[in-house]
Design a protein around this ligand. Structure first.
Ligand code: CA
Length: 588
């Protein structure tokens, strides 16, 4: 072949390679590509950290809007977008999925699973969804009515769909699925309706169920699903199974491919009030726990319960992060967790041993400390609300909720988006168990839902429970000490991304998007987005680094999604994508 033809052939081959779509397969999930964002936490360790550094602490001031795209949805946005092959995949409220060109913001497809907007699924906290999973050309979404749907990544058309929950029960799905070894993992919420929580694994190709792990034991007169639940049943009293028990794993999942362990954060007790749920007390395993499962079988390797006998809605379902740290001169494989209860836990992720736990929020009263020998909290005696009630901090919204935290291996810091809060818990004297209704067995001094709802209200209508005050704290997981802390006037700000550009990005509930110096916390950049920020991601295309975030609440039908009450007008929700020297503006 003549030399220039050879050169041409080589060029064509190179071009073909460059154009070959990168498939999200097991190896792509095990080794997260720096330029994409193919799983919820960026990587299996759920670090929400990107090694990209074109945008960095020196030039972030030049960041401007590249494009924005209106999602045309109604309700709050909690979605972390995924980026693969130049396409941004995200979800809106009502489990709507969309694919958008990550370069231009042009819509590629949209899929609406048609959840009933009126008299639909009963929801704890709005018709939200936190995102999709990608695998071998498919896009997976869990829906509010409990379905798991696989869509064709090119067209958005359903390939298969399974009902993961009993439609007669009040489970709902808001969390993003994860993919481990060819299986799709999906949990559920619903503990405020006393649902019995579980995590299920489905074959990613076919939707066939592989296994299911129940978080709490069922009726002991029937065979237990596994020995783990038989053991758990000894920590419950009364007739808990009649109420469901709770424990719904509605968000946090992580995977360690070397240890081959899947980590699940479990939810609160249902009903909240333990004197109804388990009247003679007990730890009530595996509520408010980190549970390590073997992904082939769904059998348990270990568990660590953060809040034995929970009755404050202290879920452990908050996002967790896996990291390798040097602690006391020893290399440790750890799991990092900042659950609702306000303590930051560092545990050995191979054995479940607790290494350390210290409060990352200022206002933590339910326990004085965590005993490192026993792993148990030193409860404040007044925290149990018994028959009289008690003011406890944090409140049920938690010092940290669904908003992803980030870990930078460069600074060694964890960036936690949280808030200070307290709540007046009182037993409900008129409690009557009714299926299909909130069955908490407790009243709370502020209306939790209103305190979360737009527009943010000064919920401090009771003197005891001030409105949540937000913070972003940079936490050293080795020394268990704060490095810096940014206060926000409102709580429930967005999730966090950290980058190798020495940056931390976070959007606020008020509608601002900030970049901070990851080492010092100095504010380096800000832009207006829309109130109600979700979680940013960053990616690179054609040599340009982008930062994308969803924000907005659209026209809110009603925060609880049941169409009762007036519509609240709010700015439309959008995907906002930024690039260095971006000059785009948001069309009014
Ligand atoms: Ca809950």
């Amino acid at each position: 072949m003549p030399r220039n033809l050879l050169l041409l052939a080589a060029l064509v081959a190179c071009f073909a390679l460059a154009q070959q779509p990168k498939r999200v397969d097991d190896s792509a999930l095990r080794k997260a590509a720096p330029d994409e964002w193919v799983t919820y936490g960026h990587d299996y360790a759920e670090t929400h950290f990107s090694p990209l550094k074109q945008i960095n602490a020196d030039n972030v001031g030049r960041l401007g809007l590249a494009w924005s795209w209106e999602t045309n949805t109604e309700g709050g946005i909690e979605s972390t977008p995924l980026i693969s092959n130049g396409v941004l995949y995200a979800t809106g409220p009502w489990s709507v999925v969309f694919a958008v060109d990550a370069r231009t913001g042009k819509e590629k497809w949209r899929y609406d699973p048609d959840i009933a907007r009126v008299n639909g699924p009963r929801l704890c906290c709005g018709p939200v969804n936190r995102g999709v999973a990608l695998y071998q050309g498919k896009v997976y979404v869990g829906t509010l009515d409990g379905r798991l749907i696989a869509l064709d990544g090119e067209t958005g058309k359903p390939v298969w769909s399974v009902q993961t929950t009993d439609p007669k029960e009040d489970h709902s799905i808001t969390g993003a699925p994860r993919i481990v070894k060819g299986k799709v993992l999906i949990g559920n919420g619903g503990a405020e309706f006393a649902a019995r929580g579980f995590l299920t694994a489905y074959d990613a190709n076919t939707g066939k169920q592989a296994w299911r792990f129940y978080i709490v034991p069922g009726d002991p007169s029937k065979p237990f699903e596994n020995p783990e639940l038989e053991k758990a049943a000894k920590t419950w009293t009364g007739e808990w199974w009649k109420y469901g028990g709770g424990g719904t794993p509605w968000d946090g999942l992580a995977y360690d491919p070397q240890a081959d362990l899947l980590y699940v954060g479990t939810g609160n007790g249902g009903p909240w009030n333990i004197s109804i749920r388990s009247p003679q007390g007990g730890d009530n395993l595996y509520l408010s726990s980190i549970v390590a499962l073997k992904p082939e079988t769904g059998r348990m390797a270990w568990y660590y319960q953060e809040v034995p006998g929970d009755e404050w809605d202290y879920t452990a379902s908050q996002p967790m992060i896996l990291a390798d740290l040097t602690i006391n001169g020893k290399q440790r494989k750890v799991l990092l967790h900042a659950p609702k209860n306000g303590f930051f836990y560092v545990m050995d992720r191979i054995t479940g041993e607790l290494i350390s736990a210290e409060p990352y929020a200022k206002n933590v009263t339910w326990a004085k400390s965590i005993d490192l020998k026993t792993g148990r909290p030193n409860f404040s005696p007044e925290a149990r609300y018994g028959t009289t009630g008690s003011i406890v901090a944090p409140g049920a919204g938690g010092a940290h909720n669904w908003h992803p935290m980030a870990f930078s291996p460069l600074t060694g810091l964890v960036y936690i988006p949280g808030q200070e809060s307290s709540m007046n818990y009182t037993p409900d004297p008129n409690f009557k168990f009714e299926k299909g209704r909130r069955t908490m067995g407790a009243n709370i001094g502020i209306d939790l839902m209103k305190s979360l709802a737009p527009p943010p209200k000064p919920a401090g209508s009771t003197a005891n429970a001030p409105p949540p005050a937000g913070f972003l704290v940079a936490w050293d997981p080795v020394t268990q000490k704060e490095r810096w802390r940014i206060p926000y006037s409102g709580g429930f700000n967005g999730g966090v991304v950290a980058t190798a550009g020495n940056l931390v990005f976070e959007g606020s509930s008020a509608g601002d998007f900030y970049a901070y110096n990851a080492e010092t916390g100095a504010k380096l950049w800000e832009a207006k987005i829309a109130p109600g920020a979700a979680t940013p991601v960053t990616y690179e295309l054609d040599g340009k680094q982008y930062v994308s975030i969803l924000a907005g609440r659209g026209v809110v039908v009603n925060f609880l999604g049941d169409n009762s009450g007036p519509k609240i007008k709010a700015p439309p929700s959008r995907v906002f994508t930024f690039v260095l020297d971006g000059k785009a503006t948001v069309e009014p």
